[in-house]
Ligand binder design. Structure first.
Ligand code: PLP
Length: 375
């Protein structure tokens, strides 16, 4: 069978076999983590082992880990559960932050996708009242890494709490919640090569958190509902492996940079977004002017290469990426963006196949433009 060239790790990273095995073993366990009998205690132990691994991956305290159904729920929980009336978020946050509350105040980013710290400080100075600042560590579309430590310093000076969506950063770059001084941090298992449908919110000692699910005392009363043992067990193993694979992950930058150099040689009109900023080592988001991202994604898919478009097509209408829009990219360019994201299954051969296939896709587009001009 043809090997799929999967270059969409930021959408979901293929599960590590050890994580899948841990899930299968967990499925074989009988019992509820809340039960006091021996079966319950075994399940509880498996949950607590995973909690330690997840906490260790991001320098958090195990007692502060609240398991959730994923990054979306963790982001919702932080924003709604922190209990702050004012919530300030950057313009490039994931929709699970941007749509988690009403009346969010938006902090702009510059052309390179980096948050405007001056604007953050002004917003916090302008109005008093207890605030929550929510800022992602790394952007899912461009890979741009935000100056979170500096933002925390400003926010804390103004008495604000800080939540960080570290869903894309964890497992890709070192993340240390305590060193960053964060109050809340969100994680998702399927972005670190664990299972989809599992995540966590790490909560610093003393940070307030009102639960948003009721009817059970699980997770220290912060998230009601019987724990998803297979998901949590798979998450724990993925977190352990992610911690030891950081150096290997950093090495992906060489392939990513090589890919970008070759794309630019082939098509100098290509624009790479966030290239001037610190970025995740695995992510490249670029636009080929004149060819819609969706068209490129479909043509690449037909050739067995999986990447994402920088814009999403919903109900037949192409929606421009809010991230690129916030970076001041004009609409005609933004619709042409695609995202290539590498990971642990990627090979040098995948990069070659991508370049070969993308070159063919581009040639088809050029031919179509020439034919249209001649008609
Ligand atoms: N935050 C970021 C930055 C993401 O990229 C994603 C998923 O793409 C999420 C949150 C949501 O995570 P989940 O898919 O686990 O709900």
């Amino acid at each position: 069978m043809e090997r799929i060239v999967y270059l969409d790790h930021n959408a979901s990273a293929p599960i590590r076999p050890q994580s899948a095995e841990a899930m299968a073993s967990a499925c074989a366990l009988t019992g509820n983590a809340s039960s006091v009998h021996r079966y319950g205690r075994l399940v509880r132990q498996a949950v607590e082992d995973a909690r330690e691994e997840v906490a260790a991956m991001v320098g958090a305290s195990p007692a502060g880990i609240v398991f959730t159904s994923g990054g979306t729920e963790a982001n919702n929980l932080a924003i709604r559960g922190a209990g702050r009336l004012r919530v300030l978020v950057s313009a490039v946050e994931h929709p699970s932050v941007l749509r988690a509350g009403a009346d969010l105040e938006i902090v702009p980013v510059d052309d390179d996708g980096v948050i405007d710290l001056q604007a953050l400080a002004s917003l916090l100075e302008d109005e008093t009242g207890p605030a929550l600042v929510s800022l992602m560590l790394a952007n899912n579309e461009t890979g741009v890494v935000q100056p979170v430590a500096a933002a925390v310093e400003i926010a804390h000076r103004h008495g604000a709490l800080v939540h960080c969506d570290a869903v894309q950063a964890a497992g890709k770059i070192p993340v240390d919640m305590m060193a960053l001084g964060l109050d809340y941090l969100s994680l998702s298992a399927h972005k670190i090569c664990g299972p989809a449908g599992t995540g966590a919110l790490a909560v610093a000692d003393g940070a307030p958190l009102a639960g948003v699910a009721f009817g059970g005392g699980q997770e220290r009363g912060r998230r009601a509902g019987t724990e998803n043992l297979p998901g949590i067990a798979g998450f724990g193993v993925a977190a352990r492996l992610a911690r030891t694979a950081l150096e290997e992950f950093a090495g992906l930058a060489r392939w990513r940079d090589g890919l970008e150099r070759r794309i630019l040689d082939l098509a100098p009109a290509v624009r790479i977004f966030g290239a001037a900023s610190e970025r995740l080592p695995n992510t490249s988001c670029f636009a080929l002017p004149g060819m819609a991202g969706e068209t490129q994604v479909m043509a690449l898919d037909l050739a067995g290469v999986a990447v994402s478009a920088g814009s999403a097509c919903s109900s037949g209408k192409i929606a421009i990426s809010h991230v690129l829009e916030a970076m001041g990219v004009d609409k005609a360019m933004a619709v042409c963006a695609i995202r290539v994201s590498l990971g642990w299954t990627s090979t040098e051969n995948d990069i070659e196949t991508f370049i070969r296939t993308w070159t063919a896709v581009r040639a088809t587009a050029d031919a179509a433009v020439r034919a249209a001009a001649a008609a």
